[in-house]
Design a binder for this molecule. Structure first.
Ligand SMILES: Nc1ncnc2c1ncn2[C@@H]1O[C@H](COP(=O)(O)OP(=O)(O)OP(=O)(O)O)[C@@H](O)[C@H]1O
Ligand SMILES: [Mg+2]
Length: 214
């Protein structure tokens, strides 16, 4: 009804807007560029911002723009994600049936990822949305996922997408899972934000990039 009144061709703020029809601001493009940087260099990145600022929509656009011949994207959003379900979810997306025990499933995931990288020449990108709902055990598990070949290699790009609370709880010292320095360039309320640390080879350095008007 109001669509025709205002001359809209479709309802705004719907969840199913095709990604090529999204409003494209300079900052959205910049955020996507930075996420692509994280994907191609297999880094850990975070996207954070207030409720409804377009975090998931940005990720949807990001997934669509990645070259499927180069990247294999896996997306998880689960409020009750446990380590076992985490590995099961990722293995299912790789077309494998997960082993029952967590340790076995973890080794299985590393093997499958190695096959994807070695045989299919695909870079893995894991996106965990609503990551503020993850508990401490799950956050630690996610962190160790990136520990590969004695920390000398990252087997995948890992992108955590979350509402502010994870940042706030990290900053208050309730969680020490993430390096505080990662959040040095903390966002202001109303912004979405992307931080990409450098590869493990340069631990002393870090780069915080991002900031997105919404
Ligand atoms: N670039 C865009 N162009 C047009 N509409 C957009 C754009 N980004 C977001 N939206 C609209 O805003 C709505 C809310 O965005 P989205 O669900 O991605 O926010 P969010 O930050 O993930 O929210 P939450 O914190 O609740 O998970 C979307 O349903 C979409 O309709
Ligand atoms: Mg969302």
């Amino acid at each position: 009804m109001f669509e025709s009144f205002y001359g809209f061709t479709q309802t705004p703020f719907a969840r199913d807007i095709p990604t090529e029809q999204l409003y494209s601001s300079i900052m959205l493009e910049e955020t996507l560029g930075r996420l692509e940087y994280a994907a191609s260099r297999q880094l850990f990145a975070v996207v954070t911002g207030d409720c409804g600022t377009g975090k998931t929509t940005t990720i949807r656009r990001f997934k669509d723009m990645l070259d499927s011949a180069r990247f294999h994207v896996m997306y998880l959003a689960d409020s009750k994600l446990t380590p076992r379900h985490f590995y099961k979810g990722l293995l299912e997306q790789l077309g494998a049936e997960s082993k029952f025990y967590r340790g076995d499933a973890k080794r299985q995931l590393h093997r499958e990822v190695e096959l994807m990288r070695g045989i299919h020449r695909l870079q893995i990108v894991v996106i965990i949305d609503e990551a503020h709902l993850l508990d401490r055990e799950m956050l630690e598990e996610v962190r160790f996922l990136l520990n590969f070949k004695m920390d000398a290699q990252s087997p995948m790009a890992l992108i955590l997408v979350y509402f502010w609370t994870l940042y706030l709880s990290c900053n208050n010292g309730d969680l020490d899972t993430f390096d505080d320095e990662l959040f040095e360039g903390k966002p202001h309320s109303g912004d979405s934000f992307v931080a990409v640390p450098p590869p493990a080879a340069q631990p002393a350095d870090h780069e915080v990039i991002g900031g997105r008007d919404v």
